[in-house]
Design a protein around this ligand. Structure first.
Ligand code: FAD
Length: 117
């Protein structure tokens, strides 16, 4: 039991990290320049080496090795990341997220304003 969720545990860290990652993917250019592609690739490479949860990091690195990042476009990156997150969801016994809804969740917001309904 931890008061005020401080310091961040695996869940809190995970939730906030997914927010950053999916939001980065949602705002990634539709037609990225070569430099932007390289930058995003190296961000994820570095992220997967430095994420401060060792078992999460190890599995994420393996998953990235089997499913290389796709930085071709906003859509490609968002779909790739959605699938990576679903892999973690599967491991944790959580329900699969419908990846056709990824922009509604992370870019435009749903019509009813509730992102988790
Ligand atoms: P989260 O899984 O944190 O999701 C937050 C929100 O994202 C959801 O409410 C939903 O609206 C949306 N969402 C859900 N799935 C998707 C998707 N596929 N695509 C787009 N949006 C989606 N925890 C462990 O216990 N073991 C691990 O090995 C582990 N590995 C992790 C690896 C990484 C790279 C990260 C970032 C986190 C990892 N976590 C791990 C944490 C775990 O994924 C959750 O963040 C944590 O359990 C809290 O879950 P949550 O139910 O709040 O929702």
């Amino acid at each position: 039991w931890k008061r005020n969720n401080c310091p961040a545990d695996v869940k809190t860290l995970g939730r906030h990290t997914w927010t950053l990652l999916h939001t980065m993917a949602a705002y990634y250019p539709e037609k990225p320049e070569p430099k932007q592609k390289e930058s995003m690739k190296s961000f994820f490479q570095s992220f997967s080496e430095n994420y401060p949860c060792w078992f999460c990091k190890n599995d994420f690195q393996k998953d990235m090795a089997e499913n290389p990042i796709n930085v071709a476009s906003r859509e490609a990156l968002s779909e790739w990341l959605c699938k990576r997150h679903n892999k973690v969801n599967e491991k944790l016994g959580k329900k699969q997220f419908d990846c056709t809804k990824v922009f509604e969740r992370w870019l435009t917001g749903p019509p009813n304003g509730d992102c988790d309904k």
